[in-house]
Design a protein around this ligand. Structure first.
Ligand SMILES: Cc1cc2nc3c(=O)[nH]c(=O)nc-3n(C[C@H](O)[C@H](O)[C@H](O)COP(=O)(O)OP(=O)(O)OC[C@H]3O[C@@H](n4cnc5c(N)ncnc54)[C@H](O)[C@@H]3O)c2cc1C
Length: 368
């Protein structure tokens, strides 16, 4: 029987390999992709989609089509457990899939276990990015009825990009909204003071209220409960409180890093099982844990593609070199962006043109 390669998750880290499924098939391997949605949204353009700069179809990859075009099998499902000894994946439906080689690109989730959270149609985690499509619809409906209160919980780049792009959405539709960012201890605390000042200045100009030293501990109905006992009412809340891998690896008894991510060596290979690989946010790179940014998922693409093929064929594996500093560009929702790399920081229209160009180029590469 032909060896079976399984991709767990259709995320950014897998795109090159998924585009080359035909190559695996021509060499005689069976290929299956298991992921919960036929589409993968490109997070770099997610906030721009919230504002209306891009349509949802412009920022998503049709993973199912990509897989089927390469003559692979697409399974729309979530993996809930792995038996690494028997080489079996357990799916949410109760079905199982066995593998010879598996690659995990299951990304990360917004941890909400530290919040007392009632399930509500007015609360959106910023991941998966598809949530932003529904948040956009809800905001558009609310501004027709009045002045909604938009709450962004989180103090990192996604809280920044979501708040300013929600502002843009409201502006472009002639509406009004009260936008509040509950930033935890300090807004953009991991970034140089200049990035923080530029961002805060831009938010203040737009009357976006950024609150520091304030922690949301729970959400009940339309009220956010704060650590000091106060409350903050809202009509739409976004949760962007950081990201971490799901408990899948820990629950399956696989070796994991501090954050629960699949612990991998320099070949992006599980330190415990040589037929298990992984990339993107769901791994912990043993040599030096990496930031959870798409930049690394993208840099890992060619290595994963090569190493999966090598694992099937018994060839030599390639090492992943994380590379040097990476560029960050924050879409400020007003045709401007903040650029940050190696201590160089700029704010303006040119950084935005650069971001838009890079993002569209990336989409073109994998949307074909
Ligand atoms: C709003 C926002 C904006 C961002 N902007 C940027 C940016 O501009 N630049 C940047 O570098 N980074 C950015 N990031 C970070 C970036 O999104 C991640 O680093 C990147 O998506 C990680 O890619 P990945 O392949 O690990 O996972 P993802 O691309 O998230 O894909 C994971 C895939 O796995 C699937 N999956 C999840 N669980 C399972 C399961 N149990 N079984 C099967 N499939 C599963 C998911 O449905 C998804 O298809 C942003 C993040 C957010 C939230």
């Amino acid at each position: 029987m032909a060896k079976h390669l399984v991709f767990a998750g259709g995320g950014h880290a897998h795109l090159t390999a998924l585009r080359n499924i035909g190559d695996f098939r021509q060499r005689g391997y069976r290929v299956t992709v298991i992921t919960p949605s036929p589409y993968q949204y490109y997070s770099g353009m997610g906030p721009g989609m919230l504002s209306g700069l891009y349509g949802p179809e412009e920022i998503r990859f049709d993973i199912q089509k990509m897989v089927e075009k390469g003559d692979g099998t697409f399974i729309q499902e979530r993996i809930v457990r792995v038996d690494p000894e028997k080489r079996v994946l357990f799916l949410a439906s109760g079905e199982t899939t066995s593998y010879d080689v598996v690659s995990f690109g299951t990304g990360s989730t917004i941890p909400v276990d530290n919040l007392t959270l009632e399930k509500s149609e007015r609360v959106f985690t910023v991941k998966p990015v598809a949530n932003l499509v529904h948040a956009r619809e809800r905001i558009l409906a609310l501004i027709k009825q009045g002045i909604p209160r938009l709450l962004v919980v989180g103090g990192g780049p996604s809280a920044l990009e979501i708040s300013v792009n929600a502002w843009k959405l409201v502006q472009d539709h002639g509406g009004k909204a009260h936008i509040t960012v509950m930033a935890g201890t300090r807004f953009l605390s991991r970034f140089p003071q200049k990035v923080r000042s530029l961002a805060l200045e831009s938010l203040t100009k737009r009357a976006i209220d950024v609150r520091e030293d304030v922690h949301v501990t729970g959400i009940q109905g339309e009220i956010a409960i704060l650590e000091d006992g106060r409350s903050q009412p809202f009509d739409v809340a976004f949760l962007g409180t950081g990201i971490k891998p799901s408990g899948l690896f820990q629950d399956s008894g696989l070796p994991v890093g501090e954050d629960g991510g699949l612990l991998v060596n320099t070949y992006l290979q599980s330190v415990g099982y040589s037929e298990i690989f992984g990339g993107g946010d769901c791994i912990c790179f043993q040599q030096s844990p990496l930031d959870k940014v798409g930049v690394y998922a993208v840099r890992q693409n060619p290595i994963l593609y090569h190493n999966l093929l090598a694992a099937l064929e018994g060839g030599a594996l390639q090492r992943f070199d994380p590379g040097g500093a990476y560029m960050l560009l924050f879409n400020m929702g007003d045709g401007r962006a903040i650029y940050h790399k190696n201590g160089r920081i700029f704010h303006g229209r040119i950084p935005f043109i650069l971001k838009d160009w890079i993002d569209r180029k990336f989409m073109r590469k994998f949307q074909r």
